[in-house]
Write a protein that binds this ligand. Structure first.
Ligand code: ADP
Ligand code: ZN
Length: 436
């Protein structure tokens, strides 16, 4: 396979030079962080008064972690490291609790971000020849604008479709011969289930690639999507605190996501002890921004769980790769005392060929006990079959789930199109247990 680069000298930089660059940029980040109200106090308490107190990359460990709660407390200006005059955009996220966080960008910050996205796009083998339909939300959510500017920078023909209106999406894909799309995996699954009903077939499209991210999905879901559309699906990871998309992206080899390490120092820590776990061990991803002037963040705890692959990728990029995000350290469900990650459930049901493109997990209380209900949509032809066939399928799904999560769930089979549809990030888990 041919490897194309966007910024070859940085993407294929040798590790020693990369470490040197990281140290230089880390010092700069610390220096600008010291200009913020938040880090001035926090770093001085930890004995860091100037960038000179950082002498090697190992000194990173002296820097305390930054959490989402810190960001909330610092709202609105606590993390601003430049003059407001130099800020050209901000993104806020309200998160689940409703308390906002804010990330500011200078012109240079946005330029760097676009380059990271451009690198990511080129790494998948796409180019200015492609027609790119962006089905992620525009606005405060960073998924839309992030990919938009990166794709323009590459020179692709960009269709800023945004999410929703499935029929119109398909019409745009057909009329403009869209070759690359950016979309949540759950919305792409949904589109897949609507194709025929809305009068389209794969023959109408010129689609080659989909960039899927913003929410966790399993390898089995990727396979399902690739088969459904006869395309390549690439995993894209990002979080608004680190700009948004363009933090880590798969290359043509689709074996983990290259994290742009000249822009982010990446660590994997044990979420309980904060200890660095190195490579190949799963833990929480922690990021330090290296090139962001307006809002430098040091050792930001993402709460996302993943591990770092050992070894180099065949594409010759030297930036290390992370695994799929298996979940967030805070999305683990405790069901009758057993720990369950929603990703385990997804993994199992997406492997069952009769299962359609949508599912949801419900948690309810029955007396003192928790009830785990997994609702799955089944392809319509199954519903025309015998009842006993449906019963057998249900038992098979229960058995598979039990083997993975060590719990016996209730499984409900639903007709296609009957469960709620998500055009952005899906809400797969509905926890109706009363929390005390
Ligand atoms: P919020 O934190 O409110 O969801 P963001 O838009 O910043 O807002 O979302 C970032 C989060 O989305 C990440 O921390 C991660 O949990 C999830 N995410 C993004 N991309 C992926 C991906 N490819 N796989 C799994 N999870 C992802
Ligand atoms: Zn690669």
């Amino acid at each position: 396979m041919e490897t194309n680069f966007w910024q070859k000298e940085l993407e294929a930089i040798d590790r020693e030079a990369l470490n040197k660059l990281q140290l230089k940029l880390l010092k700069e980040s610390v220096q600008s962080a010291l200009k913020t109200q938040f880090y001035k106090t926090r770093l001085q308490k930890a004995g860091i008064k100037s960038a000179d107190d950082i002498k090697s990359l190992k000194d990173l460990e002296k820097i305390p972690f930054t959490s989402k709660d810190d960001l909330r407390e610092g709202y609105p200006y606590g993390f601003l490291a430049v003059d407001l005059d130099d800020v050209v955009r901000l993104h806020t996220s309200s998160g689940t609790t409703g308390i906002p966080t804010v990330i500011y960008h200078t012109k240079t910050d946005l330029d760097n971000w676009s380059d990271l996205v451009a690198r990511s796009i080129v790494a998948t083998g796409a180019s200015k020849k492609d027609v790119f339909q962006n089905m992620m939300s525009y606005g405060m959510f960073t998924g839309g604008l992030g990919l938009h500017y990166g794709a323009e920078r590459v020179g692709m023909t960009v269709i800023p479709a945004g999410p929703g209106n499935t029929k119109r999406q398909m019409q745009l894909m057909k009329d403009f011969r869209t070759t690359v799309i950016h979309i949540t995996p759950s919305y792409l699954l949904h589109i897949g289930s609507k194709l025929e009903e809305l009068g389209f077939s794969l023959k109408d499209f010129a689609l080659k690639k989909a960039y899927c991210g913003a929410e966790p999905y399993s390898e089995n879901t990727r396979k399902k999507l690739e088969k459904l559309f006869a395309i390549d699906v690439y995993n894209s990871y990002g979080l608004s605190e680190m700009n948004g998309p363009g933090v880590a992206f798969e290359c043509v080899y689709k074996n983990g996501m290259h994290t742009w390490e000249d822009n982010y120092i990446m660590e994997i820590i044990d979420p309980k002890t904060g200890k660095n776990l190195g490579e190949e061990k799963e833990g929480e991803l922690v990021f330090t921004t290296l090139r962001r002037h307006a809002t430098p963040l040091l050792r930001y705890r993402s709460r996302d769980l993943a591990f770092i692959y050992k070894g180099l990728c065949k594409c010759k990029r030297t930036h290390r790769r992370i695994s799929r995000i298996t979940g967030r350290s805070d999305d683990m469900l405790i069901v009758n005392g057993v720990n369950v990650f929603p990703s385990q459930i997804e993994e199992v049901i997406m492997r069952v060929p009769e299962v359609g493109t949508n599912y949801q997990v419900y948690l309810e209380k029955e007396g003192a006990l928790d009830k785990l209900i997994v609702k799955v949509e089944i392809y319509s032809k199954m519903f025309k079959g015998e009842i006993t066939e449906l019963d057998r399928l249900k038992l098979r799904i229960i058995d598979n789930l039990r083997a993975s999560i060590v719990l016996t769930p209730i499984v409900e089979l639903h007709e296609p199109g009957s469960l709620p549809v998500f055009e952005g990030k899906a809400k797969r888990v509905v926890d109706q247990r009363i929390k005390i």
